[in-house]
Design a protein around this ligand. Structure first.
Ligand code: SF4
Ligand code: SF4
Length: 382
């Protein structure tokens, strides 16, 4: 068993929040067409609030800390926060578009021993990447950022989102990442807007493009294995947990709202009003999330894909039922194996026809005071 798996297992047994994803801001210097965020500042936590939160996270046993946004580097205190987090011994990962990373910033990230920098890159062609980010010159600046980070020996992960407009570019982006010596991640999931709007879903890649990715050995490794029919369901699968959200991981917004995951918009408390440890231990919402085993899932528990499906409870929640199927994952299971899911059969749908009108997203807080390649299971990239 790998060290990380052993750590997760121990964290689960002892109820430790091993990983926290903290968005420092929703503001951004790009305007990506598929982005689920609303970019106005609705009262972000200030430096001392974040430092206080980081102290609480350290006390609670958090080790992996992902700092993201929006674009975290638009905050003047971003490096101050990273420095504070490193002094508390967090393993820090930074998600950024790298537009603001030049020699000085890269040297500072290296000096702070940031574990990894994840950078959004949508195409190797400026006309495609810049059209997605809506910032002219953004591709060149992002590539320059990657180059200088790699020159300083930092681990870089290039994160791409498969969309209609860049579907034909993903192999070239992977090759470019390889040239930089960076890890490459491709995510076919586009989530609704933070205000519940589903207009961004129109940028989703076609079923044929997603299927092509799933059958591309450069991206998924062993295609036969990746697209194999699902394994038989046994007790260990039925007793399994849906994912780490709320068990060993959680997400905190720039306004202090805590959710099981960045892609699971179930409000569980607010760190401005409550201690982090109180929310983590006593939130009824987290207790409910933690009570769910695969055997409790409506429809999914009787689905042949249960053991291999990437089913995201957050996406299921956005469709109205955290115990229900996630149509995006039903589609992925189908496109991998050509075997319809239980949900598709129950509704008489074939593919890509799942209803989306009931999707919701994270409600904005009124409170003032997250060279190898992989296909992501569904974590949004921003
Ligand atoms: S993205 Fe979905 S499957 Fe992944 S950890 Fe979050 S809630 Fe779970
Ligand atoms: S394929 Fe669909 S119904 Fe089957 S387990 Fe996955 S989300 Fe549930």
């Amino acid at each position: 068993m790998k060290l990380i798996e052993r750590l997760n297992e121990k964290a689960l047994v002892h109820g430790v929040p091993l990983s926290v994803h903290l968005d420092l801001t929703y503001r951004c210097n790009e305007r990506c067409e598929h982005c689920y965020l609303e970019h106005d500042d609705r009262g972000e936590m200030n430096t001392s609030e974040i430092q206080n939160l980081l102290r609480q996270l350290a006390e609670a046993g958090v080790f992996f800390l992902t700092l993201s946004g929006g674009e975290p580097l638009v905050r003047d205190d971003c490096f101050e926060i990273i420095e504070f987090a490193r002094a508390l011994q967090f393993n820090v990962k930074l998600k950024t578009n790298a537009i603001l990373i030049r020699e000085k910033e890269a040297a500072r990230l290296k000096a702070l021993a940031v574990e990894q920098v994840q950078i959004s890159l949508y195409s190797h062609r400026a006309e495609v990447h810049d059209a997605i980010t809506k910032v002219r010159g953004s591709l060149q600046r992002t590539l320059a950022g990657i180059r200088v980070l790699r020159a300083h020996g930092l681990k870089v992960s290039v994160a791409n989102v498969l969309m209609k407009s860049n579907a034909s570019d993903n192999e070239a982006v992977g090759a470019l990442a390889g040239e930089f010596g960076a890890h490459y991640m491709l995510d076919p999931t586009i989530t609704p807007m933070i205000d519940g709007g589903i207009e961004v879903l129109r940028y989703r890649a076609s079923a044929a493009d997603v299927a092509a990715v799933f059958h591309n050995s450069a991206l998924v490794g062993n295609v036969e294995q990746f697209c194999a029919p699902p394994q038989a369901i046994d007790d260990s699968i039925l007793e399994g947990l849906p994912c780490s959200a709320g068990h060993t991981a959680c997400y905190i917004s720039p306004y202090g709202d805590l959710y099981p995951c960045v892609q699971f918009p179930l409000p569980c408390g607010n760190v401005r009003r409550q201690k982090f440890a109180d929310i983590w231990r006593n939130s009824p919402q987290l207790a409910e999330v933690r009570s769910i085993r695969a055997k409790d899932l409506e429809t999914c528990s009787a689905c042949s894909h249960l053991g291999s499906c990437s089913r995201c409870p957050g996406l299921a929640y956005m469709e109205g039922n955290m115990r229900g199927p996630s149509s995006v994952d039903c589609e992925k299971s189908f496109l991998r194996t050509q075997i319809p899911s239980a949900a598709m059969m129950a509704s008489g749908l074939s593919q890509r026809q799942a209803p989306r009108s009931s999707l919701v997203q994270i409600q904005l807080s009124q409170s003032k005071n997250g060279v190898a390649s992989s296909v992501a299971a569904g974590q949004p990239i921003n």
